[in-house]
Design a protein around this ligand. Structure first.
Ligand SMILES: [Zn+2]
Length: 477
């Protein structure tokens, strides 16, 4: 079997003014991409002829600059040979947002389909937070995605998509996935697959996938709310080997179920207003409390340059605080011009998003060095300043300090601080496992958890929670 593999990912946020560029992508072309994807063993076991294209993954961010995206998409399509191939495996995010284009995933699939025609199966693996367009579903033959949030099944998802592709090739089928929408927008941090009400929906999807004869895949996508487009929101995609009606019925039943339990989605972690969160963290009996600056969450595409929490914690007189971290290229460069041990006064924050606050900090430069990135690559230079009651990590680029190994990469022992501020929503599993207590803080910003604060203009209506009680039928499956 001749199999083409490719992967371009950047979870988009159309609400931030910060653009994502080619330089923001962890990029590998040709055989260099083999170590970046997790399907190689499976391909080799099946004795496949592997045709690599490109792998390009970026930290979630604002719209990708059009020409940079076109370069990546062009390279991927160009690398697909003109001679006969048996199938295409793509690993996408599903909520990539491109200047003037909108859904980058849709554009890419359209170009791939144009190149190979309708007879070559395309199987796609995506993120649980994919905002599927109708066209994505029309262009692909199999669609699957993560089944955990927080995500810990990247590998299984990639493998499932590849096995689905093998089935299409071996059984000579070209399935047409079917999509149903729930018209319910639930911010990511109120949706965790291991907890109700989503847990039952995930189980129901798995049961349909297992029990319905000929069903290849039943996938629940939550979507993510920071894309102001009509296709934003949860979708269920069911893929049957040959019966589109059965697939559509199945997707609709799950979408109805999602709508029926809409009032049961609550913040499943402790979530507080900023003032309350700061007070609770300072007086907490626990040794350590994580505060998630959720409005400036870089893993949801925000700039990561808001000094809002630095200012609130300073005003409150908080002690033993670690701010991990804040993006400010000029401040970081100033640290690289200084010597270790120097005391510097710097303005940090507000350099990327005009809506972000800045803060003046004075501290001793105690470390500088490159930081490990979100995707396992190099996030670029960082500097750590000890400002007495507060230690601040300043990064040259936008970064996400979402795992212990990222802290370790800059020799930072976060366990010695009482309060750790991170630019995340819910903590990533690796960090959550180490956190005694974590509070999601309702801070302002382009990744705000509050739908009303997003000022969305282009989403379809009616949509819960902006509207309610608009479905007449549906409910209990
Ligand atoms: Zn996701």
């Amino acid at each position: 079997m001749k199999i083409v593999i490719g992967s371009i990912q950047c979870e988009g946020n159309s609400l931030t003014p910060v653009r994502t560029t080619f330089a923001d992508f962890d990029y590998a072309a040709g055989e260099a991409m083999y170590e970046k994807v997790q399907v190689m063993d499976l391909l080799r076991e099946h004795d496949c002829e592997i045709i690599p294209t490109i792998y390009a993954h970026a930290l979630p961010g604002g719209p990708v600059v059009k020409e940079d995206f076109l370069r990546l998409a062009g390279e991927l399509v160009e690398a697909i040979p003109s001679e006969k191939i048996d199938g295409i495996w793509l690993y996408l995010h599903g909520a990539m947002y491109v200047e003037e284009i909108g859904s980058g995933d849709t554009y890419l699939l359209r170009e791939v389909r144009k190149k190979v025609g309708d007879e070559v199966p395309i199987s796609v693996a995506m993120d649980f937070h994919a905002d599927n367009t109708d066209e994505i579903v029309e262009l692909a033959n199999c669609i699957t995605g993560f089944r955990t949030a927080p995500h810990c099944d990247h590998r299984e998802t990639q493998l499932r998509a590849m096995r689905l592709l093998f089935r299409c090739i071996e059984e000579k089928i070209l399935p047409k996935p079917q999509l149903a929408r729930a018209d319910v927008v639930i911010c990511g941090d109120a949706v965790q697959t291991a907890l109700e009400p989503l847990k039952s929906i995930m189980e129901m999807a798995e049961e349909f996938e297992r029990a319905i004869p000929g069903m290849l895949c039943v996938q629940v996508f939550n979507g993510q709310p920071w894309i102001d487009e009509p296709y934003m929101g949860p979708s269920i995609v069911a893929t049957h080997a040959f019966d589109e009606k059965v697939a559509l019925d199945c997707a609709k039943r799950l979408a109805d179920r999602f709508y029926a339990v809409r009032h049961d989605f609550k913040f499943l972690i402790e979530a507080r207003e900023p003032g309350e969160a700061v007070r609770l963290a300072m007086t907490a009996p626990q040794k350590q409390v994580f505060l998630s600056d959720s409005g400036d969450n870089t893993t949801a595409g925000a700039a990561g340059d808001n000094a809002y929490m630095i200012n609130r914690l300073k005003e409150a007189g908080a002690k033993s605080v670690l701010v991990a971290g804040i993006a400010d290229a000029a401040a970081c460069e100033a640290c690289y011009r200084a010597r270790l041990g120097d005391v510097l006064t710097l303005t940090v924050g507000g350099s990327l998003d005009p809506a972000s606050e800045s803060a003046v900090i004075t501290g001793k430069l105690v470390y500088r060095g490159d930081m490990l990135s979100y995707t396992g690559g190099n996030a670029g230079p960082s500097a750590t300043l000890d400002c007495g009651d507060m230690t601040v990590v300043v990064t040259k680029n936008r970064a996400a300090m979402c795992r212990p190994d990222i802290f370790a990469s800059i020799h930072l022992d976060y366990s010695r601080f009482k309060i750790v501020v991170v630019k995340l929503g819910y903590l990533f599993p690796e960090l959550a496992a180490k956190a005694e207590r974590s509070i999601l803080v309702f801070t302002p910003g382009s990744s705000t958890e509050r739908l009303a604060d997003m000022h969305l203009k282009r989403i379809r209506r009616p949509m819960f929670p902006l509207d309610d009680n608009f479905r007449i039928s549906g409910g209990e499956p």
